[in-house]
Design a protein around this ligand. Sequence first.
Ligand SMILES: [Zn+2]
Length: 186
Amino acid sequence: MFEKRSIVFEDAGCHTASRLSGRVLILNQSYEPITVCNVQKAVILVYLEKAEIVATADGKVIRSPSTAFPFPSVIRLTQYKRVPYRRIILSRKNILRRDNHCCQYCGTTAAPITVDHVIPRSQGGTDTWENLVAACIRCNNLKGDRTPEKAGMRLRSIPRRPSHVSFIIHSAGTVDEAWRPYLFIE
Ligand SMILES: [Zn+2]
């Protein structure tokens, strides 16, 4: 059995008992990405035969006293799991995150960024993913209480609710190369 203390992280032939770090992408049985977990959890899932390793991190091996284990980078559940996807909360912070803190009218990231109602509230515009965009103060003031068409301004992209995949990417912080084919961002 893999006990926390008995797992040894081996990198390039050098044994170190350092804590396992790194993140592992979990796919459903259908290969749909579900979430990201730490290596320890991934190894336990594989050990319990609840998941199989789909991609490994190059040159890394995990050892217990009795077994050696490839270091997982992507694992796949052996049984299909119904996943209630966490809804991404509509908030100022998440709008700015979705738009990479980049003004959706002029493209600047330098100026202070605000949130703009594409269709102004005074004209029936709602607080939705589709109607809120990041906008710099200048563009926000320039646009005023008008629609982009009336103001002669163009959105650089169509605002949408962020996908589950983009949530995974944001929560993981970085994307492992081995994850790309499964996140459809090749
Ligand atoms: Zn702007």
